[in-house]
Design a protein around this ligand. Sequence first.
Ligand SMILES: C[S@@+](CC[C@H](N)C(=O)[O-])C[C@H]1O[C@@H](n2cnc3c(N)ncnc32)[C@H](O)[C@@H]1O
Length: 192
Amino acid sequence: MNNLSTPREPHAIPAILADTHTAGFTMASEPLTCALLRTLAASKPAARFLELGSGTGLSTAWLLEGMDPDSHLTTVDNDASLLAILKKHLGKDPRLTVVCADSDDFLRSLHGQGFDFIFADTWSGKYRLLEEALELLRPSGLYVIDDMLPQPNWPEGHAAKVDNLIATLEQRQDFYVTPLSWASGVVIASKR
Ligand SMILES: C[S@@+](CC[C@H](N)C(=O)[O-])C[C@H]1O[C@@H](n2cnc3c(N)ncnc32)[C@H](O)[C@@H]1O
């Protein structure tokens, strides 16, 4: 099924991809991961979204397309040059707030706020500060991560971190967790 053709992409994607290649950014999320994000985003009307690790805005564009007009997305990255590409293509969307900051610091600053959807695509909220990220989710909120299936470029020891993360999530009594062999490997957890 992973070989199915890619679903219709948001119009901004070809231009973002062109700038992404020019910038030499190679950590972009896969289209099938992004398509899943869009589908899930569309199931959360009038919701607050948080993306940790914006990159050049590829996953951001798909999330925005799935979101309804009453939803809002905050995305954070510490690389201003990547965010310049994101802002060039998506910056006019009034539903989007772009934050250039260290995501650990930013995540901690959100303490006490509530989100309905978190896509954790950097170390923060995934391999670091997992508890802090999960705490931000409201009941019925979705927590989504990718890059869970073995990749050739994983550094030594990374596979153990991935196994540990999945085991930690699966042990939580307050989440329903489903690992999916989809795209780079996705885990979706919904807060009970
Ligand atoms: C996997 S990439 C994100 C890809 C993006 N979601 C996409 O769809 O293309 C991870 C991102 O995390 C960012 N990052 C790494 N360390 C960070 C930190 N301490 N604070 C904020 N962002 C960080 C990187 O600049 C990179 O853009």
